[in-house]
Design a protein around this ligand. Sequence first.
Ligand SMILES: Cc1cc2nc3c(=O)[nH]c(=O)nc-3n(C[C@H](O)[C@H](O)[C@H](O)COP(=O)(O)OP(=O)(O)OC[C@H]3O[C@@H](n4cnc5c(N)ncnc54)[C@H](O)[C@@H]3O)c2cc1C
Length: 492
Amino acid sequence: MRSSNSLNSVILGSGIAGLASAIRLAAMKVKVTVYEKSSTYGGKMGVWKSQGYRFDTGPSLFTMPQYVFDLLTIDGLDNVPFDYDELDVLCKYFWEDNTKLSAYCDREKLKKEFHDKLDENPKNIDSFLDDSERKYQITNHVFLEKSLHKLGTYLSWNTFKSFLSIHKVGVLKKMHIENQKQFSNSKTIQFFDRYATYNGSNPYESPATLNIIPHYEFGIGAYFPKKGMRSIVDALYEKAVKLGVQFNFNTDVNELVKVDKGYKVNQEDLVYDIAICNMDIASASQGPLKKLLKAQNRHYKPSSSALIFYWGIKKEFKDLELHNIFFSEDYRKEFTSIFKNHTIDEDPTVYVQISSKCKKDDAPSNCENWFVMVNAPYVENQDWGRLISETKKNILTKLSRILGEEIEKMIEVEHILTPQMIWDKTGSYKGALYGSSSNNKMSAFLRHSNFNKHHKGLYFCGGSVHPGGGIPLCLLSAKISTDIISNDFKIC
Ligand SMILES: Cc1cc2nc3c(=O)[nH]c(=O)nc-3n(C[C@H](O)[C@H](O)[C@H](O)COP(=O)(O)OP(=O)(O)OC[C@H]3O[C@@H](n4cnc5c(N)ncnc54)[C@H](O)[C@@H]3O)c2cc1C
């Protein structure tokens, strides 16, 4: 057994899971050095500013804030400020026939809204959300909070109980088919099918297990950080620095080599006992970890990606909320376009997030900062120049038609993020937002583990490994991998 003070670790990448791993290891008194190819931390959780507008360029929805607080107070000190508001309306939904629906967090208000706007029986909403919570309770502590690749996970009483209830989580059923059975109105079905996109999957292919996702919002709540989404990684970075983590920015890791007593980075002399890879696993296995790992891309189906327009809009829209969805008319066709034809449908569902609704200084007065996103295929030889201009036209036509205003005239600043740019900037293989897709019933088990059984001291965290993508799961991946380290190196 070695004292944790004498252990030396390196983390490849400072995405949110890399930051969380750094905090957890530093709190265990392990020396931590982070190598980050970019000039700043946060990976996909970037920021872009222009002419008085501020945009969070990556995630826009914040759930499970407790996971962030656990990190910020891990050493018993509450010395990094971080605050957020709970949302009353989770999202506002618009359909082409002028139907509008506000998804209230409050269950009673939500049921009334579904009943008033879509004539949906409140009992259907109740039984769906109760089932979503049940699925969450069965799966959470086994499939999300623990490694699926350690024997110990399967030997606990909790796991045994979960496996006895596994038939209740819908692994063998398809999400859309289950939702069709549950609801009477096709708009309600579309509403709940959309949750598959929260991890970049296709509701017509993915298992009904993904129906746990609504519980995160309706059961636990959705939030917005008072200083914007980027402030989540700002706070984590500040905490990591306070705990003594060393960051090397603008430092691309080209090679991680195994030597007698640990790992070396880029032929440098220093040897690390522990290496954690926060890079996308498919990219790492073809790049710096090529000699240590088998290529991960052969059977790897990336999740969907996104095309995002950041628009500074010279007007305030009273009818819009922080999160807004403008649904496509043929949802199945939209997913066929993305996952089978690897293109963006001519009538895409459009997501508009406006952080200036909550954080006024994100836009000049009487203006709004629109984050306009459509789901897009991962990179597969598309002509992005053509797709961007066609999609922009389709989005503008759709938003102008539904909102009754000519939107294009109101755009005063624009920035665009494409799947190829996401790949180039963050190393996310083919631009996937959430690592591998969950379109397969075995996907939870097929995701890469948080450790490597052939190479002692090598671990993995982030959206492309277990338990998956999105802020909460990335934070859990950091907890799982550092718990394994603590056990492997017998750190108290
Ligand atoms: C547009 C968009 C919208 C999203 N919306 C949401 C949302 O609303 N809610 C949500 O929860 N999630 C959302 N996500 C997903 C979420 O952002 C990711 O799951 C999460 O941020 C991934 O974090 P990560 O730790 O895996 O690392 P990443 O953010 O992928 O960072 C990896 C880091 O590794 C670095 N790196 C790569 N290669 C090297 C190398 N060779 N050497 C050194 N460093 C390297 C990169 O520069 C990067 O900093 C969204 C993502 C995007 C892009």
